[in-house]
Design a protein around this ligand. Structure first.
Ligand SMILES: [Zn+2]
Ligand SMILES: [Zn+2]
Length: 217
């Protein structure tokens, strides 16, 4: 969802029919060209099931159009203009209610991803592993951005990247494999290997782990 939505979600809208606070909902998908779009990603809708507009709407629509539906009161963000929305059942829009907390954390994550992507361009010159790690460890980040971050990780050739990746639970197995290949190439480029017993990083030519004493092949 667009970060601009965040400023609208704080708005308070009150239903003039029942005086209840209206819910902030995601707009239904818009079909381009049919003129039904509201021009907004979010809508404020009165979802109070005791709202007189909603309760009386069933009979009104039945009499007028002969089908089973009712009205929900609706306002657009930034507007007090009165609108109604036709709904076919009591649960319509209830699954589309936006939780402000969830939205705020989604936007925060999105901002962090955007900043990290921008910082990639200078991360090698700055020897800055941080934006690379932000993207690699963010399962919600765009896959193309994460793939790009991985290329920069290899260029940075910094062994500090290994532990956070080894401790990360990847949801994307294919991407995890790409990360493992990149880690291997970084170890090789630094003449290092991981001890198979304690997972500390040791010299490639070591025959005994200096950390745990394991005999290495
Ligand atoms: Zn109402
Ligand atoms: Zn060891």
């Amino acid at each position: 969802m667009h970060p601009q939505v965040e400023k609208f979600i704080e708005e308070e809208h009150t239903c003039p029919h029942c005086s209840q606070r209206m819910s902030c909902c995601e707009s239904p998908p818009i079909h381009v060209g049919d003129g039904l779009g509201w021009g907004s990603e979010i809508l404020f809708i009165c979802l109070n099931d005791e709202c007189p507009l909603f309760l009386n709407g069933w009979a009104q629509i039945e009499n007028q159009y002969g089908h089973h539906a009712s009205y929900r009161y609706m306002e657009l963000p930034g507007s007090k203009e009165r609108n109604v929305m036709m709904v076919g059942n009591v649960d319509a829009f209830k699954a589309a209610v936006i939780n402000p907390e969830v939205l705020r954390s989604q936007n925060l994550r999105y901002q962090k991803e955007k900043e990290a992507v921008q910082a990639l361009d200078t991360c090698v010159a700055d020897k800055n592993l941080e934006p690379v790690m932000v993207l690699l460890l963010d399962e919600a980040a765009d896959r193309a951005n994460r793939t790009r971050a991985l290329e920069f990780m290899v260029k940075l050739n910094d062994l500090q990247c290994i532990d956070p990746l080894r401790n990360h639970a990847f949801r994307d197995i294919a991407f995890e494999n790409e990360c493992n290949l990149a880690i291997n190439s970084i170890l090789k480029a630094n003449f290092k290997k991981e001890c198979p017993s304690c997972f500390e990083i040791v010299k490639a030519q070591a025959v005994k782990c200096m950390h745990c004493g394991e005999i290495l092949k």
